[in-house]
Design a protein around this ligand. Structure first.
Ligand SMILES: Cc1cc2nc3c(=O)[nH]c(=O)nc-3n(C[C@H](O)[C@H](O)[C@H](O)COP(=O)(O)O)c2cc1C
Length: 150
């Protein structure tokens, strides 16, 4: 049973709702998930898990939220070769850079050697009924990626 970290930042609850649904999907697929606010964990903790899912809303002009800045910097110390990873988040298409934080986190995970096992998941505001199911599938698929290669 793969053990994965789901670390997220959410100001008004949209990304947190996505994280909760993703965790449901992970557990439904037989995975073990630890869900944490990014302010309650250090990036070094990723190394204790077989996989990591990072979730963030986007702030400013396509920027990472402030709560993610320490964690993002700490990631520069990590060697994530072989660690499975994926990224999700909420944004607003009214902004020029839609869900830019998701793209930044994905690029950082790749830069540190993480293996992005599936396309990122971007949702506008909170997930609607169809997007709730997409979130659950995102969690399920992440766990299925472990079976696919081992
Ligand atoms: C000041 C401000 C700046 C924002 N900038 C962006 C942005 O550049 N791109 C984007 O996609 N969304 C942007 N958003 C929208 C939020 O990411 C969106 O409301 C999201 O659903 C919040 O998620 P949360 O409930 O997890 O905090 C911005 C929102 C605010 C209030």
């Amino acid at each position: 049973m793969p053990k994965v970290l789901v670390a997220f930042a959410s100001l008004t609850g949209n990304t947190e709702e996505m994280a909760e649904l993703i965790v449901e999907g992970i557990r439904a697929a037989g995975g073990e998930a630890v869900m944490k606010s990014v302010t309650d964990c250090n990036a070094i903790e990723i190394q204790e898990y077989e996989g990591v899912l990072l979730g963030a809303y986007t702030w400013g002009d396509g920027e990472l939220p402030d709560e993610f800045l320490d964690f993002y910097e700490e990631m520069d110390e990590l060697e994530l070769q072989g660690v499975k990873a994926a990224v999700f988040g909420s944004g607003d298409t009214g902004y020029e850079i839609y869900c830019g934080a998701v793209d930044q986190l994905e690029a950082k995970l790749k830069e540190r050697g993480g293996v992005i096992v599936q396309d990122n998941l971007k949702v506008e505001y909170g997930p609607n009924a169809a997007e709730k199911e997409l979130c659950r599938s995102f969690g399920r698929q992440f766990i299925e990626a472990f079976a696919a290669v081992s």
